[in-house]
Design a protein around this ligand. Sequence first.
Ligand code: PEP
Ligand code: MN
Length: 343
Amino acid sequence: MIIVMKPNAPEEQIDKIAKLLGSLDLGVHISKGQERTIIGVIGDKRRLRDVPIDLMPGVDKLVPIVESYKLSGKTFKQDPTIIELGGLKLGGDEFIVMAGPCAVESEEQIFESARIVSTYGARILRGGTFKPRTSPYSFQGLEEKGLRYLERAGKEYGLLTITEVTSERAVEIAFDYVDLFQIGARNSQNFMLLREIGRAKKPVVFKRGPSTTIEEWLNAAEYIMSEGNYSVILCERGIRTFENATRNTLDISAVPVVKSLSHLPIIVDPSHSTGKASLVAPLALAGAAAGADGIIVEVHPNPMEALSDASQQLDPEGFRDLMKKLRIVAGAVGKSMGVIPDE
Ligand code: PEP
Ligand code: MN
């Protein structure tokens, strides 16, 4: 249920209700909109049976939330969520590009990647340091050593950083090194890990699982948010279908569908969805045209030598071309791309 407060209800009235709900052992999530405050109530509603909340000062109305996901849904919060981080506004007017190699492979490789992606206008440097691979014998990532390189490369080139965390241990290790966490497709329904991310309270790019419906995905996001972390950026990275011309099928329709159901920002991953460098640009552009708030894309100084996902990583020229086109498409749907340093 949500409690919709009257326009400009004073802070004391909101506090009073929050205290009352807390004393009844109900979860309270306050969302302050432009004009109104909405109080989300999570827990057993029977505890409110004898409490006339609707008569309390400042309350406009009570609205039941019919969806199984609540905090991530639009009933709870109509205004789009904008996550402010290091001068960036994720989910705002700027189309945000997160770019970098699949994995941090060496200090030199991540510094060169950071140089390339910052030159063409990316804002966030990606680099896997804990690599869940299909085979346990494949390269598994440099872990803490890679995080040190990633952090230094980000600082050197003025980029925020993101890495995937695959376990509670990884969350602990990576916490002080990166600006954002990423939850990968394989862990999209690892609810214990999602709760941990909720408690860690660091912004997270949360990928859709290859076999999860949008409703299941939003319910999974709820695990993060119900622990108090509202800084969730959803990422459509392709789902498993009968089609095998691509690694996965990028569900472009998920972008407007999510926008209609949720206030959270959504980005697309054209790299893991296609598995082929030649398909990355068209799908990145399609994501932008569909209204995504950004992309996360794999770029490697020399993709042929990459230790993972060699066939889908863009080379520097490919990334430069993509950024030029993205600027036009994002601009056509009302998003800016910020200043490109080499222009
Ligand atoms: C990744 O982004 O490095 C990755 C492994 O992607 P996904 O979880 O989408 O497969
Ligand atoms: Mn990859």
